[in-house]
Design a binder for this molecule. Structure first.
Ligand code: SF4
Ligand code: SF4
Length: 88
């Protein structure tokens, strides 16, 4: 399942917990600091599966997770629908 995250760089304190917990290596620490002087997390690559572990782990609630919603169609095949926000 494909996923996507949005990180609010200004909320992030750069603790790195999301980087450690991500099973797909889809998060890293940025080389650029935010307004508070922290180096925030950022997405890297397109390997996110939308598992939500990073958002659950984040102590600053700086991450939103989106997942592909898969819907069965008449033919029986599954196809991705629009990205939907993951409920927390
Ligand atoms: S949702 Fe899961 S796969 Fe995606 S960045 Fe967060 S921990 Fe990694
Ligand atoms: S867990 Fe949250 S505060 Fe820590 S680096 Fe990741 S986004 Fe930033």
């Amino acid at each position: 399942m494909a996923g996507k995250i949005l990180i609010d760089a200004e909320k992030c304190k750069g603790c790195g917990l999301c980087v450690e917990v991500c099973p797909k290596g889809a998060v890293r620490i940025s080389k650029n600091s935010n307004a508070m002087g922290y180096f925030p997390a950022e997405c890297c690559g397109d390997s996110c599966i939308g598992c939500g572990a990073c958002a659950v782990m984040c102590p600053d609630v700086a991450i939103e997770v989106f997942r592909d919603k898969v819907q069965e169609v008449e033919s029986g095949a599954a196809r991705p629908k629009a990205m939907i926000k993951e409920k927390s």
